[in-house]
Design a protein around this ligand. Structure first.
Ligand code: CP
Length: 317
């Protein structure tokens, strides 16, 4: 049994194993995943301290398709409103013989904190913490790229928008460089794409046309206002004019470039409806692939295959 907290420290072999395991679930019925008994008798608890549509629902579907019992704790109506601490809540859930906690939290490092304080009998899966990491999102994005492009070799990938506040961008950058793409370009205004990302192997670009030139994959990110805390930012209209993905700006990428977005999308802010709903968009494929990737991660964690995913202390940056 191992935690899945971050992609840091996971090498190409284990990332490829996750993708291959996910692919095996998908290939059981292409885009529809059949029920398998791998987690029969196990109890999985969804603990979402921050809102979610895609991640919470696909984790629930993944656990159910692995035949686990699934509990969705409603944080707002739980006893935390009566003053119960996070750790006391977790100890009570542990006493109910839970096997896994799937944790989303607005604080970077919260799943790591929980992993350090829970018994070794419970595996912790990070479903997105602050601006730190969103490892299953990055892996479903990798599966989507591999299914559409066949390989990571030689690919140029542009990640466009609010990189600074994005846990998705951090996890994607780690996965893409580990899996061996040719180039990752981070594209956006200086206020949202700081230079320190070059130390993580990315190319920085503040001009959209230069950033999209000849790329194979375009990943758009929304402005994550909930994590901005008064930063100096462009207006939505100005952002769309300078960095929005429209049919015109998409023409700067390769003709067969795919368009991705982790969601939720903000139409007319970072992406036009024509592009989001267009034939090069694979945004809804990402969502479907999320079920298979989360099945892969849950089943591998339960069988102890995520060997290098040890508890680490996560900083905000
Ligand atoms: N991509 C993503 O994390 O979406 P949700 O916030 O809906 O889970």
């Amino acid at each position: 049994l191992k935690h899945f907290l971050t992609l840091d420290g996971l090498d190409k072999t284990i990332l490829t194993e996750i993708l291959d395991r996910a692919e095996s679930f998908l290939s059981m019925g292409e885009q529809s995943v059949k029920k398998v008994p791998l987690l029969r008798g196990k109890t999985v608890v969804n603990l979402f301290f921050e809102n979610s549509t895609r991640t919470r629902t696909t984790f629930e579907l993944a656990a159910k398709r692995l035949s686990a019992d699934v509990i969705n704790l409603n944080i707002e109506t739980s006893a935390t409103s009566k003053g119960e601490s996070l750790l006391d809540t977790l100890k009570n859930l542990e006493a109910m013989q839970s096997d896994m906690f799937i944790v989303r939290h607005s604080d970077s490092g919260a799943p790591h904190f929980i992993a350090e304080h829970c018994t070794p009998n419970v595996a912790i899966i990070n479903a997105g913490d602050g601006r730190h990491a969103h490892p299953t999102q990055a892996m479903l994005d990798m599966l989507t790229i591999r299914r559409h492009k066949g390989t990571f070799d030689g690919l140029k990938v542009a990640i466009v928008g609010d990189i600074l506040h994005s846990r998705v961008a951090r996890s994607q950058l780690h996965a893409l460089t580990t899996l061996g793409v040719d180039e990752v370009r981070l594209v956006g205004p200086k206020t949202l794409v700081p230079e320190f990302f070059t130390e993580m192997g990315a190319t920085i670009c503040h001009d959209l046309e230069a950033g999209l030139k000849d790329v194979d994959v375009v990943v758009m990110l929304r402005l994550q206002k909930e994590r901005m805390k008064g930063a100096l930012l462009p207006s939505e209209g100005e952002f769309y004019r300078l960095y929005g993905l429209t049919e015109e700006s998409l023409s700067w990428a390769k003709p067969d470039a795919i368009v991705m977005h982790p969601g939720p999308i903000n139409r007319g802010v970072e992406i036009s409806s024509e592009v989001a709903d267009g034939e090069r968009s694979v945004i809804l494929n990402q969502v479907t692939n999320g079920i298979a990737v989360r099945m892969a991660v849950l089943s591998m964690a339960m069988s102890g295959q995520l060997q290098s995913s040890e508890v680490q202390t996560a900083g905000d940056e």
